[in-house]
Design a protein around this ligand. Structure first.
Ligand code: CA2
Length: 144
């Protein structure tokens, strides 16, 4: 059976490619999904990519990743990264390894982005490489 990687995206990431390209790049979330699909095919993996603006969906999907036996989760929790104890607890509550990703590097931005509740629970973090952050996370997940 082919291993599946869940790729979960949080609030406002559906707007990618429409505004602030200097921060987040010009790629849309669909473009990133295509890049991941291409790389996943080479690596012999399946991608299950989702986006929601609702915190509880991310919590439910983290639980689902474990229930379905996903190999890993790549998680860009958007602004919930900096606020959500519920997402932190969901990551802690599953055994599936979670890789935190960000397009931008939050540490070079506003002070309120310097805390990551996701990063405190995740196996590791890749940030600051634009859309490539996702592909780098997939490369790491493939080696688990
Ligand atoms: O750099 C990242 O990937 C972030 O997770 C993106 C979040 C931000 O709150 C985090 O601090 C860092 C924001 C995603 C919003 O994306 C937009 C894209 C285009 C237009 C408006 C928002």
């Amino acid at each position: 059976m082919t291993d599946t990687i869940f790729v979960l995206n949080g609030p406002n990431l559906n707007l990618l490619g429409t505004r602030e390209p200097e921060i987040y790049g010009a790629d849309t979330l669909d473009d990133i999904a295509g890049q991941l699909e291409d790389r996943a095919q080479v690596l012999g993996l399946e991608i299950d990519m989702r986006q929601s603006n609702h915190e509880g969906h991310l919590v439910d999907w983290l639980h689902e990743a474990q229930a379905r036996g996903a190999k890993a989760v790549i998680l860009n929790a958007g602004a919930f990264t900096h606020t959500s104890i519920a997402v932190h607890d969901a990551i802690k509550g599953i055994r599936t390894p979670v890789i935190e990703v960000h397009l931008s590097n939050p540490h070079t931005r506003e002070e309120f982005r310097h805390t990551s509740f996701v990063g405190r629970a995740a196996k590791g973090t890749i940030a600051g490489f634009g859309a490539l952050s996702y592909t780098l996370a997939l490369e790491a997940a493939a080696r688990f």
